[in-house]
Design a protein around this ligand. Structure first.
Ligand SMILES: [Fe+2]
Length: 339
């Protein structure tokens, strides 16, 4: 069955946090800039054209929603006329635009937006070209980063959700937004109908246009968060690998004074191949820096991965959490309850 629409990207995430001053400081150290701050709402941006990429609402710690982008106003209307989505509303946040809202089967909020304008002060920044072996792109150009400079975030790129029923969630996002699976993680042989599905990396169907390997990563809430659905992490694409490592250095310097916690990194993922680094905010809401991920068009079929034998899913890959990098900290996914 054809999906109602095919979303083309994600725009921002919305989190609820007990203290917006603490959250603002964390996000500045993480690499964002303050756009607007009131008693109840905080908007933060990166270096990209989006007027904001993280919205924080004052309240008990909670993940509220992620915002997907529709390809047209007609698509937004189509979705708003479907059973699960609300009437279209005009957004009053910077950049304007329109939104329709729903709740997914786990009770996680989903926004779909159209018509948000670029921030007026946007000017594109480019990473230094890389020299890698015979792939020479930088000649007569010296690479320098000011010591202690904050890492550059390009965009909100994906998020992870602990789900009560991954298959049910996948069906819902496929039907409404055209989300397709990239890699399914099985605790054994996927051909055995008793094998539990532990995770699924899913991407947007942009036809022949490349899409991030995953826009949503579902994990099994029973394994991660005592059966309670909620946020696993929000992830932000960095300008390049230097920004991931500079971010790591800054967060290491600040962690004791500001109560940040390194969850996992720096390392290289199997699924998606990103160079990653995960940090927990003082409210234990995990934020990821990542760069250099795989891009796939819609011709690549889903990979069923037996995590017991081979986590990467490619010949010669070993079982384990990453291609390289430190082990996951004990309790990495252990206190995600109710986020
Ligand atoms: Fe991630």
């Amino acid at each position: 069955m054809e999906p109602i629409i095919k979303a083309i990207d994600v725009q921002y995430c919305t989190l609820q946090c007990p203290d917006l001053d603490i959250q603002e400081q964390f996000l500045i150290h993480f690499g964002m800039h303050t756009v607007e701050k009131s008693e109840d709402t905080l908007l933060m941006r990166g270096e990209g054209p989006q007027p904001f990429i993280e919205k924080c609402i004052r309240g008990d710690k909670k993940f509220i929603s992620a915002a997907f982008i529709a390809a047209s106003m007609d698509d937004l209307k189509k979705l708003s006329e479907s059973e699960d989505f609300s009437d279209i509303e005009e957004l009053t946040t910077p950049g304007g635009g329109f939104v329709t809202r729903a709740k997914d089967p786990d009770g996680i909020g989903v926004e779909v937006v159209f018509g948000i304008e670029e921030r007026p002060d946007y000017s594109e920044i480019s990473p230094y070209p890389t020299n890698e072996g015979t792939n020479v792109n930088r000649v007569n150009q010296i690479k320098r980063y000011p010591k202690g400079s904050y890492p550059k975030i390009i965009r909100f790129a994906h998020y992870g959700i602990n789900s009560k029923d991954i298959s049910k969630a996948m069906d819902w996002y496929k039907k409404h937004l055209g989300v397709i699976p990239s890699d399914k993680l099985w605790a054994g042989d996927s051909k055995d109908s008793n094998t539990p599905l532990m995770g699924c990396f899913s991407r947007l169907d942009r036809g022949k246009e490349p899409a991030d390997h995953h826009t949503i990563f579902w994990l099994d809430a029973n394994a991660q968060s005592e059966g309670i659905p909620g946020l696993n992490h929000v992830s932000f694409e960095m300008l390049n690998i230097d920004d991931v490592f500079m971010g790591h250095e800054i967060m290491q310097q600040k962690k004791e004074e500001f109560n940040y916690e390194l969850e996992w990194g720096v390392g290289s993922h199997y699924q998606g191949s990103q160079i990653f680094d995960y940090w927990r905010s003082p409210f234990k809401q995990t934020h990821e820096h990542q760069t250099d991920g795989d891009l796939l068009d819609n011709t690549i079929p889903c990979n069923d991965i037996n995590m017991i034998e081979n986590t990467g899913g490619m010949p010669g890959d070993a079982p384990g959490p990453s291609q390289w990098g430190p082990p996951i900290n004990l309790g990495t996914f252990g206190d995600k309850r109710g986020i």
